[in-house]
Design a protein around this ligand. Sequence first.
Ligand code: ZN
Length: 408
Amino acid sequence: MKKSVLKKYAELIVKVGANVQKEQDVQIYANVEQEDLVNYVVQYCYKQGANYVTVNWMSDKVNNTQYKKASVKTLSTIPEWRIEKEKYINKTLPVAIFIESSSPDAMKGVNQAKLAKINKAVYPVLKPFRDERENKYQWVIVGAASKEWAKKVFPELSPKKAVEKLWEKILETARCTEDPIKVWAEHNADLEKRSSYLSSLDLDYLHYESSNGTNFKVWLMPNVQWAAGEEHTKGTHRSFNPNLPTEECFTSPWKGKAEGKVVSTKPLSYSGELIEDFEITFKNGKVIKVKAKKGQELLEHMIAQDEGASMLGEVALVPYDSPINNTGILFYNTLFDENAACHLALGHAFTHLLKDYEKYSYKELVDYGFNDSSIHVDFMIGSKDLNITGYTRDGKKVAIFRNGNWAF
Ligand code: ZN
């Protein structure tokens, strides 16, 4: 990728995504392949007045070896220094920039049951630290093309061409244009208008219908907002865009209140494997049946991960005509694929969407109706003829989606 383009992307990441402020520390998490982009990002951080930028390098290859060779016991034990690092991060609240370029096959050959066991052990130890810093710091996830990832998306192209093409698509969907700062201000304003309107409706439930067999109702909690695009840190009120790209308006549904069947419209890349052509049936908010043409066992495994894994944590609306869907590409990466179509997520919910959420403990929020789980997996249900109708708490019927796109 051309230097000038990478520089522009780095500027977008630092200014719009992370919105790095004077004297702030920054932690970057990136793959070893992304040295050039990371260097530009570091430069922009300092240009914005950052105090110190730390880069946490990762390698898919080494990671894969570690998971294969080290024992479950070792990988399930979090060393003391790691706990100290979490504590230090919560004390200093550095900005976090995640540059994603892993191949969806990065964990190929690693035993799935072993992975699940390790995650189950590690998650509860790290979770309290993550909960503690949630919404207090700026963070952003962005994509960067790598050889392995590009090979997966464009297997028909030569390795060099595939990387170029993936870069092109990443920059296009992230709206990294001539003047990305201006374009993002407009895009954020549009998303904000839509999510505010959805919040103002005070919806009781949504009804989804599509000719592919989707017929599904999901209920929403009182006083829980819709969100989109830009977010703000708690207390310090710094704006940031956690996802570049982003096209969705989303909220968290009421745990235990969903009925009917949803049919997937895109393959789901989970744990390095694909689940394809599947449908999920809900009763009393819980998955009671899954049927997949490919990946049935993996899907069953996923929803059995813990109690919350069979309930919903997110409802998101994305028009069928989104720039990502229009690329016609399956990216095998949630950051991109979730912004291609309307989706639901099984697992963890977003508690900060409740008005005045900071007044409640995590347990109170879970009791209020937010789902809790170690997983959060998005799957796409948006189709060309999807209609979504909203029913408000005061009994009105409102068209939300017609023929796959916004009805307002
Ligand atoms: Zn989403």
